[in-house]
Design a protein around this ligand. Structure first.
Ligand SMILES: [Zn+2]
Length: 341
């Protein structure tokens, strides 16, 4: 976002609507050998615990994608995520460099930056799983995950963070950033590329409620990353298939109105763009603890379905909102356990 912390909505409405949601257990779809189930973890903002890894196993996912903003340089949250023994890829977000990327952030830094570098600690913990300006090949899944620019704040102005990107990545402009992402994508071992970013790409709408729309004052405007958008197009031109682009950063709960939520899905050109930032991703009630995941099913390297699910503390699926379904590939009856989440 801009240089303001994400607000942390305590969302009574959300708690209530989830609690009221129809209790339902949706059986997993009949899986064919070419079906891949992906969980996308939206902005964590410290909402992560040991039950998340258990839930992901329970959901039977083949791959976990994490869009960053684990906390404000919260090394312990990243340590926990990095220790999760599942195929995974992550891109760190602007909050993961909260005290390191800008002059004003450095001024507020609560630790001694001459003695430790918590940005680097997070990168070291994630190791090859961090795909910001990098990639990870998953031959068993027949796809490569390519990361866009890590630590993105979104928007079309290259400012404030130039020294950060220059010193850590040798990048000083959007054009250089695009080139870096494309260079990585061109080296993908597989011809199916899933893109993972913190903020989504530019070009997907300029209304406040659009998938990367600016929802603070004055609302409206496209806050997507221009380098990410150009890199996706260039990657398509290389002959790679791009069925899924996953990201977060722009929270579903809009800042300027409670009357509607962000539209978290956009489909075009054979690509599904998914904003997974349903924040807070863990909601505690007096008697339960609910957590969300975005789930994407790929069939024959094409997105068959994308949904947002909430699980309770016994890992029962309490709501599933189907965001996208490709009717041409689906043999399942339409399921839509709508909850206003
Ligand atoms: Zn963010």
């Amino acid at each position: 976002m801009t240089q303001q912390p994400h607000h942390s909505p305590t969302n009574d409405h959300q708690i209530q609507t989830i609690a009221q949601a129809e209790q339902s257990i949706v059986q997993p779809a009949q899986q064919s050998s070419s079906t891949i189930k992906i969980a996308v973890i939206g902005d964590v903002h410290n909402c992560w615990d040991a039950d998340d890894a258990i839930a992901l196993k329970h959901l039977g996912v083949d791959l976990v994608l994490l869009v960053g903003d684990f906390g404000n340089e919260s090394v312990e949250v990243v340590r926990s995520i990095a220790g999760m023994a599942m195929p995974k890829a992550a891109v760190l977000g602007n909050h993961d460099a909260w005290y390191s990327a800008t002059e004003w952030g450095i001024k507020k830094c609560p630790y001694d930056r001459t003695k430790e570098d918590r940005v680097q600690q997070q990168l070291d913990l994630l190791g090859e799983a961090h795909v910001g300006y990098g990639k990870l090949d998953f031959p068993a899944l027949n796809l490569t995950v390519v990361g866009s620019r890590p630590f993105s704040w979104g928007g079309s102005e290259w400012k404030n963070t130039n020294a950060f990107y220059a010193s850590r990545y040798g990048i000083t402009s959007f054009a250089e950033s695009t080139d870096r992402i494309v260079q990585v994508a061109s080296s993908s071992a597989l011809d199916t590329v899933i893109f993972l970013g913190h903020c989504g790409p530019k070009g997907l709408g300029d209304r406040a409620e659009d998938i990367c729309g600016k929802d603070w004052s004055p609302p409206g405007g496209d806050h997507g990353d221009p380098d990410f958008a150009e890199a996706i197009e260039a990657t398509r031109s290389l002959g790679k298939a791009v069925p899924l682009v996953a990201f977060g950063h722009m929270h579903h709960q809009l800042r300027h109105t409670k009357q509607q939520q962000r539209v978290p899905i956009f489909a075009t050109n054979g690509t599904i763009y998914l904003n997974a930032a349903s924040v807070p991703r863990i909601v505690k009630t007096d008697t339960n603890c609910l957590r969300n995941f975005s789930l994407v099913t790929l069939q024959a390297n094409s997105v068959a379905q994308a949904s947002l699910v909430w699980l309770d503390q016994s890992l029962t699926l309490v709501s599933e909102t189907v965001l996208y379904r490709d009717e041409t590939t689906s043999s399942q009856p339409h399921q839509n356990h709508e909850a206003a989440v």
